[in-house]
Write a protein that binds this ligand. Sequence first.
Ligand code: HEM
Length: 131
Amino acid sequence: MAITGPEVILTLKIAVSAVTLLLLASLVALLRGNYRLHGRINVVFFTLTLIALFGLEVVVRYWNPEIFDYFDPQTKRRLMIHLCFSVPAAIVMPAMLYTGLTHRRGLHLVLAAIFGILWIGTCVTGLVFLH
Ligand code: HEM
């Protein structure tokens, strides 16, 4: 049986919720002064998010490019808004990892503010807008 568009979206919602819990756990570690744990959790966060992203790309670009053709014009507009957050978030994420691992604290914190906004936007628009 072929996987459907709504099933892909539900899977992504669960994946994004799960990695967001990891991100929150890494912030709790940070607040407790455990920078090393913060870093380790975020290496896992980064890896899992990347796997989810590549999985989605494989489904949408190669496996079944028509999978989201059922979107009506309103949902297509909502997808564009979602992408305005999620694409920049995916671009900033490796820079978060790099600046964290190399202890460029000032830059890491500036990027954290940007990434935080982009991630919240990604979650809100992804979880609420898309079905
Ligand atoms: C979103 C809010 C975040 C804040 C406020 C934050 C803040 C910090 C701070 C203050 C440090 C210590 C820097 C130092 O050692 O000088 C740190 C380390 C680190 N951060 Fe973040 N970070 C955030 C998100 C992330 C994300 C999303 C990633 C990865 C994708 C990440 C990866 C790391 C790594 C790998 C370290 C090094 C840990 C170690 O010393 O072993 N951080 N972060």
